[in-house]
Design a protein around this ligand. Structure first.
Ligand code: MN
Length: 145
């Protein structure tokens, strides 16, 4: 099975999808599912791309993400800290850690994201959660909501 890269971070026969069907607040994010699970390997590998100035939703959940930055650079909130990330950085987002990605460069921020095929739905922040996050140094000016 080969999905050949067809240029500009697209792959043959892999559709470019909306980031999410529902829930969360986000801006200018696309999703491509490069691997959709197989017997013995019940996971998905997705490629997300955030346009310059865009951001993923602020969320947490029980399932874990493993992410490799594939293109560009950006800032990412993991738990209570914001990190600057660039191509080839690898990060794990543990269970129930708030997370959000923002593209900060001139080019899109693209990342590969591995998740379990069966997973819980993300929780989005309440007004109290937002207030608590805004009290964290470095996070106050980061989150988009
Ligand atoms: Mn998530």
């Amino acid at each position: 099975m080969l999905a050949r890269h067809s240029g500009d971070y697209h792959w043959d026969a892999v559709p470019v999808l909306a980031y999410k069907e529902d829930g969360g607040r986000f801006k200018d994010v696309t999703r491509q599912v490069l691997f959709d699970g197989a017997p013995g390997l019940p996971c998905q590998m997705r490629y997300f791309e955030v346009s310059p100035g865009g951001h993923s939703s602020l969320e947490h959940h029980a399932h874990v993400h493993f992410v490799i930055i594939f293109r560009g650079e950006g800032d990412v909130l993991i738990g209570d800290a914001v990190h600057h990330v660039r191509e080839r950085d690898a990060l794990t987002i543990p269970a129930h850690h708030w997370h959000q990605f923002r593209a900060t460069g001139e080019t899109p921020l693209g990342f590969l994201c591995l998740v379990a095929a069966e997973r819980d739905r993300p929780a989005v922040p309440t007004a109290d959660d937002i207030e608590a996050l805004k009290r964290l140094p470095g996070v106050k000016n980061f989150i988009r909501w």
